[in-house]
Structures are given as structure tokens and as C-alpha cells.
Write a protein that binds this ligand. Structure first.
Ligand SMILES: Nc1ncnc2[nH]cnc12
Ligand SMILES: [Zn+2]
Length: 349
């Protein structure tokens, strides 16, 4: 087979892999085309003259340089339909990439600070997720993410504003996360918030060890009590932590193209995804903010496979990990894992 045919076959294999996406910011799925369409619909002024000029600005030197554009892009989201359209666009892409279950983060503070109501945000996103579940069978959960560059009191107020909606969205809103600028904003600043969220029965995740040190991963586990770490790639700097992650099977939701675009790694061939996988760490592959980082989940699998020489068995393990590390009930996990087994068997014939 030619190299091109090889890549095509690999792409088809990856797209067909039944998988879960566990680290995805819905605001990070806003493609420039949709940003411009929504800006026009809502009369929002943008600082870029054209779609191509905006796309050309997607050159980031670190997390903060990305976040500045990401928050600016989210300013076009005003109405319930805007949140619906954004979410539907992502779910269509996820379906094309073989995603059977998605756990989606959203940042209410990015919107409530502009006067958008919590009800509008929930309603638009949830309508798209429920419609997708009904028409395709793809399931999804929502993780309400708090912005760590803002004070804990504001996160508490955000939780207070969202809680009255909990019952209405109990089929979707099952957990919380912590995102935004990591350096200088250690997890421990949100200990009281996480204590409260844990008591309320929410599943707990937090970004840690993306740009911040391995100590933040440890702190997210011990002080916040999270079950899953978003990113966690800098855990490798602490051998004892690595041993713990492996022994306790603590999932890391790794986002390879994000790490490349935000210069967490200089080259995909240096990414530690394969090393961690081969050390028995429960790594998963995800897209983070696909509209900004040049690829959805299948692109992340493919870039990792090509740069790190992942075998098809290893790609199967990554898909297996994604389902196992999800917050689905055990019976639903088992059903998805069965689909994965059948798929992998069918590829061997
Ligand atoms: N990769 C990332 N890290 C931290 N906060 C984010 N918000 C959206 N994407 C993020
Ligand atoms: Zn993220």
C-alpha cells in the first residue's frame, strides 16, 4: 500500500472506532465561519475583518494567548439558538468521528458576565444534546466549568445561579470542571467550592498539569478530590505521581493537538502520550478546543498515531480507556465497550 493509502486506511479505522470524548470545551468548537455568522445575526462587532483573518490569528504562544481569542470568540453567543447551533455543529462533527458519548464542558461565567442568563446557556446546549441523543443515540453529559482566574466567590455564585436548574437538566449536568489560566491559580484556591460540589453529588474533574506543574495534579487529586485530570501531561515530571496515576488508574484526558498549538510540546514526536500509555497510565485522547487547535477528536488520534507510531491495538486501548474513564453508569459503559470489541474484531477479518 502507498503511504497515502495507509493514512487513508488508518483514518477510516480511527473514525470507525467507537469512542468517548471526555475533554471538550463547547465554546472551543466555534469555528470562524460560525463566529462570523453569529456576529452578523446578533450585530456584534468583531476585531477581525474576515473569516480568513480570524483563522490566521490562531497562532498561539501559550495558554493565555489562546484564552484571549477564545473569550473574544465566545462574545458572539447571545441567544438560546446560538448555543443550540454551536452545540449541534459539534455533535455532527463528533458523530462523523465515531464519538458515541461526549462529556462536554461549558464556561457559564464567560457568558453570565456579559448579561446572558444561565437559563439561556443551559437551554440552548441541552436542546442540541437531547435532540442528538434522540436522533442518533449519541449520549452526552455536561460538566459546568469554573474559571480559575476569577475568585472562588464568583465560582460559588455561579454554582448558586446554576443549581435551581439542576433538576431540569439532571439527565445532562452531572459534573463540574476547572479551567482557564492555570499558572498562578493552583487548585487549592477552589477547595471549598469542590468540597461543596462533591457534597452535592457532582462528578469532579479539573484541568491540571497542562502548563502548571505536576504539584497541581497532586493538589487537584488530594485537595479537590477530582476523579479525572484534564491534561495532566506534566505529571511526568514527578515519578512518584506517575506511579500513583498508574496504580490508581486515574484517567488523564490528554489533548495532543492542543498541547502542540499552545506550545506545551514543541513537536508531536515529543508528546508523552505514548510513553504514558505504555507505562500503564489511563490516558485518553480528546480535542479540547478543536476549532482553535486544528482538529477534532479523530484528527487527534491520527496525529498521535502518525507521530508516535501507535499501533492499532494501542488506538483500541485509547478508545477503551475513553469509555472506561467516562462518567456513564457501568451498564452503559459495558454496552459501548461491547461495540468497541465487535468493531475491533471486525477489523481483523
Ligand atoms: N486548554 C484549556 N486549558 C485551560 N482552560 C481552557 N479553556 C478552554 N480550553 C482550555
Ligand atoms: Zn481544556
Amino acid at each position: 500500500m502507498s503511504a497515502t493509502a495507509d493514512v487513508q486506511a488508518l483514518t477510516t479505522f480511527i473514525r470507525g472506532l467507537p469512542k468517548a470524548e471526555l475533554h471538550l470545551h463547547i465554546e472551543g468548537t466555534l469555528e470562524p465561519e460560525l463566529i462570523f455568522a453569529l456576529a452578523q445575526r446578533n450585530g456584534v462587532a468583531l476585531s477581525y475583518p474576515s473569516i480568513s483573518a480570524l483563522r490566521a490569528a490562531y497562532q498561539f504562544e501559550d495558554l493565555q494567548s489562546f484564552l484571549d481569542l477564545y473569550y473574544a470568540g465566545a462574545s458572539v453567543l447571545i441567544t438560546e439558538d446560538d448555543f443550540y447551533d454551536m452545540t449541534m455543529a459539534y455533535m455532527r462533527r463528533a458523530q462523523d468521528d465515531g464519538v458515541l458519548h461526549a462529556e462536554i464542558m461549558f464556561d457559564p461565567q464567560t457568558h453570565t458576565s456579559r448579561g446572558i442568563s444561565m437559563a439561556t446557556i443551559f437551554s440552548g446546549i441541552a436542546r442540541a444534546l437531547r435532540e442528538t441523543r434522540a436522533t442518533t443515540g449519541i449520549t452526552s453529559y455536561l460538566l459546568l466549568s469554573f474559571l480559575r482566574h476569577l475568585p472562588e466567590e464568583e465560582a460559588m455564585a455561579t454554582l448558586d445561579a446554576a443549581l435551581p436548574l439542576r433538576e431540569q437538566y439532571q439527565d445532562l449536568w452531572i459534573g463540574v470542571g476547572l479551567d482557564s489560566a492555570e499558572r498562578g491559580n493552583p487548585p487549592a484556591r477552589f477547595a471549598r467550592l469542590y468540597d461543596r460540589c462533591g457534597q452535592l453529588g457532582f462528578r469532579l474533574t479539573a484541568h491540571a498539569g497542562e502548563e502548571g506543574p505536576a504539584a497541581y495534579v497532586q493538589e487537584a487529586l488530594d485537595t479537590l478530590g477530582v476523579e479525572r485530570i484534564d491534561h495532566g501531561v506534566r505529571s511526568e515530571e514527578d515519578a512518584a505521581l506517575m506511579a500513583r496515576l498508574a496504580a490508581q488508574r486515574i484517567p488523564l484526558t490528554v489533548c495532543p493537538l492542543s498541547n502542540l498549538k499552545l506550545q506545551v510540546v514543541d513537536d508531536m514526536r515529543q508528546h508523552n502520550l505514548a510513553r504514558m500509555l505504555r507505562q500503564g497510565i489511563m490516558v485518553t485522547v480528546n480535542s479540547d478546543d478543536p476549532a482553535y487547535f486544528g482538529g477534532y477528536i479523530a484528527d487527534n488520534y491520527l496525529a498521535s498515531a502518525l507521530s508516535l507510531d501507535l499501533t492499532r491495538d494501542e488506538l483500541g486501548t485509547l478508545a477503551h480507556n475513553s469509555i472506561s474513564a467516562s462518567f456513564l453508569p457501568e451498564a452503559e459503559k459495558a454496552a459501548l465497550l461491547e461495540k468497541l470489541t465487535v468493531y475491533l474484531e471486525s477489523c481483523k477479518i
